[in-house]
Design a protein around this ligand. Structure first.
Ligand SMILES: [Ca+2]
Length: 246
């Protein structure tokens, strides 16, 4: 009998802490509370075929770490496009994302052998929450913040499950304005590469209609953004009505 299974070994370390403090100063009640979770993991063994290039080996990487291309800006002109290395995903034009040839000593094309681990995972290393409560006579005020840290998001649209919206994966298109995700389309129109605005640091490359193999929608360092955030999760003011004595 043959048994097929995924083999792997991962090293996990972490910590969890909770804090709560309550006190009363005359009529004022104070409550402080917080929690923090830190988790660090490293793949120490993956039952994967031996990689030709060390930078493609899973061992030593983080759980959920993005593996994709290293972007080196946008193509400037047709001459640059005509010269090697050739990108094998789609015909490219000025303003399209240029990817790095990691094995330049062996070939002159950009293909799957040029994918590498990017250091960030979709799985946050830090999770935290903190808040306070204040009470005075019948009033009660409480506020709670929550956040994550050391996490990456792939903001290239590859996570949007929509026909023709790019290859599926983890990701979003910030301020996109189509389908189920209506949003601020103006920022796309304004901060993108155009022949009149051929900046290397625009948020978006040349705009194209997405399809599953479009060069500009590949996972890459161009789409990888810092996913850390802190948000106000809850704020409330309460007034406790006294129950009248019968
Ligand atoms: Ca290559």
């Amino acid at each position: 009998m043959n048994v097929f299974a995924n083999l792997g070994e991962m090293n996990n370390t972490g910590m969890d802490a909770n804090l709560e403090y309550n006190d009363k100063f005359g009529n004022v009640g104070l409550r402080l509370f917080g929690n923090i979770t830190y988790s660090k993991n490293k793949i120490i063994y993956a039952d994967a075929p031996l990689r030709k290039y060390v930078y493609q080996a899973e061992t030593g990487k983080r759980f959920g770490e993005y593996k994709s291309y290293v972007a080196t800006g946008y193509f400037v002109g047709n001459e640059e496009i005509a010269n090697p290395p050739e990108q094998k995903f789609n015909p490219v034009f000025p303003g399209d994302v240029r990817h790095k040839n990691l094995n330049a000593t062996d070939d002159k094309v950009i293909d799957v052998f040029d994918e590498t681990y990017l250091g960030k995972s979709w799985f946050p290393r830090w999770l935290y929450g903190a808040g306070f409560g204040l009470s005075y006579k019948n009033f009660d005020l409480s506020i709670f913040f929550q956040g994550v840290g050391d996490v990456g998001i792939m903001a290239n649209g590859s996570g949007i499950d929509w026909p023709g919206a790019g290859s599926r994966g983890a990701g979003v298109i910030p301020f996109s304005g189509f389908g189920l995700y209506p949003n601020n389309t103006m920022s796309i129109v304004e901060d993108r590469w155009t022949p009149e605005n051929p900046r290397q640091d625009t948020y978006y490359p040349r705009l194209t209609m997405a399809n599953s193999s479009d060069n500009n929608y590949l996972n890459s360092t161009h789409g990888l953004k810092d996913g850390a955030y802190t948000r106000l999760k809850q704020a409330s003011i309460r007034y406790n009505m006294k129950t009248p004595k019968v």
